[in-house]
Write a protein that binds this ligand. Sequence first.
Ligand code: ADP
Ligand code: MG
Length: 689
Amino acid sequence: MATISAQSGETLVQLLQRAFGFSSFRVNQEVVCRAAIEGKDVLLVMPTGAGKSLCFQLPGIARGGTTLVISPLIALMEDQVAKLNSLGFSVARIHSGLERAVSRHACAEYLAGALQFLFIAPERLRVPGFIEMLAKRKPSLIAIDEAHCISQWGHDFRPDYRMLGQFLPALRPAPVIALTATATTRVQDDIAAQLGMADACRFVYGFRRENLGIEVVEMAPSMRADFVARLLDQNARRPAIVYAPTRKQAEALAEKLSAMFPAAAYHAGLDSQHRDNVQLRFQQGRLEAVVATVAFGMGIDKANVRTVIHTALPGSVEAYYQEIGRAGRDGLPSRAVLLYSYSDRKTHEFFFERDYPPVDMLDRVYRRLGQAPLHKEEVRGQLRMDSDLFDKALEKLAIHGGGVVDFEENATQGTRGWRESYAAESQRKKTQLDLAMQYAESSQCRMASLIRHFGDVADARRACGHCDVCAPDACIARRFRVPTETERQTARSVLQLLKKSSAGSTGRLHKDMFPREEVSRDAFENLLRALASAGLIRLEELTFEKDDRSIAYRKASLTREGEELPANDPLDFVLPESLEQAVPPRKRSETKRSATAAASKTKSTLPRRQDTSEMPAHAVAIEEKLRTWRLSQARKHGVPAFCILGNQTIRAIAQERPITLEELLCVSGIGPAKAEKFGEEICRICAHG
Ligand code: ADP
Ligand code: MG
């Protein structure tokens, strides 16, 4: 069969067009391809859908010979093989779902040098003689897809992948390209170490999602279901995916939503036919929301998801990023909303304790196992252990090599090394939780935090301009208010104190300022976070070791902006509304009735965003213009919008309409620094507006 191969004198783009039918490279694909073609080892981290496959397929064709592809999921493999076949390449695959004769034929073709791509499942590596067979005719490129599976630090560790490190040397000198959509810097290091490619060129690209506005809202668990219902009540916010932590919660919330629009639950407890049906109906637009446990979304390819909501703190930032990534694939503005509170941490700890029994439990089981196989029920009977706990303990022992369980569930003792391995795994799990909590509590641009998490340090310097930190005004879930005079006063004292002492733990700071808890620690931390969002102080999460325990604390220090703040600056910052008030606006018909009732209650304490209907039309127009201008400034300077001007200040300017700097300085909220920086432009907008 005639196959498509590289021709001499052809440029890479020509090869791309002729062999793959794409008109051009996507951003970053070309540089990766070049490195692989030149024979360098490559570690490529790009999100799902970014086009990683091409980065080994094109180099494979350009280099000639056979590209060996290791891929962990049969479905993914079949899909890729079919695509390459349809493009006219000669491709074969070997995995456990195939007839023996098919696999044998694939081997023969490989050895005859007739293949451009050979896909194999990692468990093949365990088959005696398989690697030796491959090594008889060396591949010209080795691609390892879903490479995070090799790392125990990754979120989808597969023991079979571990063997790759051991077997790769036999297949060298071909360059290796490892590809993954989710790898933190730590996982990247681990992949490189495991695969013996310390000098690999690392490419980490494409984690920024320009059209995704992320919000994180602290909210008591009991309020979340109602909140989600109200949020999704607006048509424009659907289709939506809601991630709930348990099956029960997924069912209950789906039922609640069903009363408003077509919605269904999706979780591992439902039979596969039912699940496929839910997925299909969602895909076709017959369901407008799916409430899922983490199981949902693997194969989902729906471009117009407008909102992704997490009703609880996710177990890891990687999983969370994958899940919110399902919003807005069509490139239109979309939102991701995470609801969490400190109590979520407690829930995770509960599950953690269930899933990771104490070492001495495992030890009891381990010591009971012998060299002769014993049925596991018999072992359990001897130990008089609860069956859930026993099963968990045995499962963990088996994973970490402390026990071997055969297909008839007979168990024998394994090796001693399981303890360190188990301890390391539970520590990793804990760390992932800590990082998820830190992400939720962070006062930095959400998108930038995620990008940094995946190790794209350069790109992480730019704020997104859409999230709750960058653009509080654009929030659909999170609500802010301006501080009261007392809060401003406290903020001033914090800044003064930090000026004197330069830095300190926030606990210490709180004690020094409010020895009798005149302001609660929670409220104080909230205030600090707000000052950090406004760029005036910096908060760092640190730990110190004491009596073998690591104790977390938070350190506050002044930023340069905070240091240089003039004493008479009006201090523009916003605070999250208290949990009870974190409720999205009701629908128009309901607004009038409840607004008056609410206003009489909250007017005196809450300086909220006022209703624009009382303002003259030209002031409304100017306010709009100012807001647009503010957004562009925020983007330009890479800071949150309210660092440019607060909402109240914008409102005040629109009403006063100053056209000279002197007039502008009389507007409340405008100090000399702001006037000097932005005065001219503001006056120009007011004069022409
Ligand atoms: P990943 O492995 O990163 O999740 P894929 O390699 O499966 O992504 O590619 C996702 C989609 O993008 C595929 O449909 C692929 O055909 C398409 N694609 C990849 N590169 C290009 C390109 N240069 N131009 C147009 N489409 C591309
Ligand atoms: Mg892929």
